[in-house]
Design a protein around this ligand. Structure first.
Ligand code: ASP
Length: 304
């Protein structure tokens, strides 16, 4: 028994190949649920990190220097344990490094070179995370910047018709957990860290809820949006109500848009977005929920 819900980020293509990888990730996670919900979360995110279609692991967007610097985090709602890596390079599965950090140390966040060295010490192989496609998009973006033009690539996916940051929430009938992995935003400053490894900003889990967010990370961090969703649910809101309210608040406070996915302690789902596209796949008791669609708030917010 259990539920896994997984999102492919903002502005992500809803074409079949993208949905199929999300479905594969959800099912793989579900298959491992009997080994624990943390194992299931890791397996689901690993599937997306291994795919060049999404902005995480191999295929991440590149920063201004042409480097893939990735953020990832995992939260165990039952114990309150959290761990993350930030601006890590040359490691294809940052979520696995975050999980190892949780299990082997008392640290919660390792960044940059320190995160890379920990990964190496733990036996994670060094690997290229720059796909040919992202490299070409980066070259084009840099070229436009040099000519005083704004880069034409999509902020979140680096390219059109592609995938973004990924996030997963899980409920095993009793416990809740959340995990997320990203290359961040395209052409970001070297060393820039977004909301994905910020507890309460882009991710949260407790005994009440599990929440993952996507969008411009700075806005989620400054408004503690993931924690806000948890508090709304703790106060009695249905997760759907909570995520919609959080997106409205984000828009009011920061003029920012995004997508949020949440699960609560009763296995109820909330998912909504107010920009671009936000594919979500839900696996309930091992089966993909047919025709699941997150709520698109855009027409409501813009008064269309
Ligand atoms: N939230 C991510 C970041 O700002 C980007 C995204 O969700 O697409 O790093």
């Amino acid at each position: 028994m259990g539920i896994i819900a997984i999102h492919g980020g903002l502005d992500t293509s809803r074409e079949k190949p993208y949905l199929e990888v999300l479905q594969e990730a959800g099912l793989k996670g579900y298959q491992l649920l009997d080994r624990g919900y943390i194992q299931a979360l890791e397996a689901a995110i690993n599937t997306l990190e291994d795919s060049p279609k999404f902005n995480c692991g191999y295929g991440s967007v590149l920063n201004l220097n042409g480097v893939a610097e990735m953020d990832a985090s995992i939260v165990d709602g039952a114990t309150g344990r959290f761990s993350a890596v930030a601006a890590i390079r040359q490691i294809r599965n940052p979520i696995s490094v975050a999980r190892r950090l949780m299990e082997k140390t008392g640290q919660v966040l390792l960044a940059g070179q320190g995160a890379f060295e920990f990964a190496q010490k733990e036996g994670f192989p060094e690997g290229n995370c720059i796909s040919e496609e992202q490299f070409r998009a980066w070259q084009k973006g840099k070229d436009r910047l040099a000519r005083g033009m704004s880069p034409s690539q999509n902020l979140f996916t680096g390219l059109e018709y592609r995938g973004d940051t990924v996030g997963c929430v899980i409920w095993d009938g009793e416990n809740l957990g959340a995990a997320s992995s990203t290359g961040g935003v395209s052409l970001k400053m070297p060393g820039r860290v977004g909301d994905t490894p910020c507890l309460g900003g882009g991710i949260f889990a407790s005994r009440t809820s599990a929440v993952v967010c996507t969008g411009v990370g700075e806005a989620f961090v400054e408004t503690l949006t993931a924690k806000y969703v948890d508090e709304e649910i703790a106060g009695g809101a249905h997760p759907q109500q909570a995520v919609e309210q959080a997106l409205k608040r984000l828009d009011e406070l920061r003029g920012a848009q995004g997508g949020i996915l949440a699960l609560d302690y009763r296995g109820r789902i909330g998912s909504a977005f107010n920009a671009g596209q936000f594919p979500v796949v839900v696996v309930i008791d091992g089966m993909i929920k047919e025709n699941f669609e997150p709520v698109n708030l855009r027409p409501v917010l813009s008064g269309e």
